[in-house]
Ligand binder design. Structure first.
Ligand SMILES: Nc1ncnc2c1ncn2[C@@H]1O[C@H](COP(=O)(O)OP(=O)(O)O)[C@@H](O)[C@H]1O
Ligand SMILES: [Mg+2]
Length: 271
């Protein structure tokens, strides 16, 4: 791998809860290459959102090191955009103004900002809704606005925290297709947190499987399937079974044991 754009080194995180220490993340180590699409899957409470919050710089108290382009993360920065599960749009702002919030810290003129906002509204296919308010949008449209807001400052890294979790199955699949298309056009390094194994396999180059709390890496699985991926394909199905097994098996599970793994077009990297 070339020098990674994102590097987690021995990252750990604890919270003080009612005077007790709650260990949320333990010894998390991961390098992510420029342009890579990494999905992090794990059960609720295994520290996925916390990892993204640390990477985006919303929480700077943790053990170990996180670097972006070789520089330690010390706060939020325009090179990292984040999209949350709930779209978090402001109801009193139009689509354009909500997206514009992603530019507040950018050193651009008013005209440049307007152009940028227009470009990103087009990118997510909402040109007819520039002046609409969030309550006039469907869930999928609102989430597309949130994605545009995450992208408008032209970050080099897009962080997505269960961005499609609240959408119905059909909209969810459409959004997954769109995310792939956007990523193709914007050539952006993407980190997606999800509890949906199928979503992870459909989208990612690598899937990081987390252990339950304290969050640790259980497996990193390369997804070698070509795009567009067929959810109904045999390889896809095998990967899904394997990853589901990983997620639900106990800590004593030996990943090298099952024979069928050798037949699959993927690489298991023991962590
Ligand atoms: N601000 C906080 N204060 C105390 N505990 C927290 C805080 N944020 C997260 N946690 C705890 O850390 C663990 C991981 O949380 P989180 O990262 O939100 O998990 P996930 O996103 O995988 O569901 C959970 O046990 C959660 O209760
Ligand atoms: Mg979460």
């Amino acid at each position: 791998m070339n020098a990674p754009i994102v590097s987690f080194n021995h990252v750990g995180k604890s919270f003080a809860v009612n005077g007790f220490e709650l260990e949320a993340i333990r010894e998390f180590n991961l390098d992510i290459a420029e342009g890579e699409f990494v999905a992090i899957v794990g059960s609720s409470g295994c520290g996925k959102s916390t990892l993204l919050r640390l990477l985006v710089g919303l929480d700077t108290e943790f053990r170990g090191h996180i670097s972006v382009d070789g520089k330690a993360v010390s706060g939020i920065g325009g090179e990292r955009g984040i999209v949350f599960q709930e779209h978090r749009l402001f109801p009193w702002l139009t689509v354009a103004d909500n997206i514009g919030l992603g530019l507040v810290n950018e050193p651009l003129s008013g005209a440049q900002k307007q152009q940028r906002i227009k470009d990103f509204i087009e990118l997510v296919g909402l040109s007819d809704f520039t002046q609409a308010y969030p309550h006039q949008l469907s869930g999928g449209m609102a989430q597309r606005v949130a994605i545009a807001r995450g992208l408008v400052a032209s970050p080099r890294i897009l962080l997505l925290d269960e961005p499609f979790g609240a959408l119905d199955a059909l909209t969810r699949q459409q959004m997954q297709d769109e995310l792939l298309a956007i990523r193709e056009r914007a050539q952006i390094t993407t980190i997606l947190v999800t509890h949906d194994v199928e979503e992870a396999i459909f989208l990612a180059d690598r899937v990081v499987v987390m252990e339950p709390r304290p969050g640790r890496i259980k497996q990193v699985v390369d997804i070698a399937l070509p795009h567009p991926r067929q959810r109904s394909g045999y390889d896809f199905h095998q990967l899904r079974e394997e990853l589901l097994h990983e997620l639900t098996s106990d800590d004593h599970y030996e990943p090298s044991a099952p024979v069928q793994i050798r037949d699959l077009p993927l690489t298991f990297i023991a962590c």
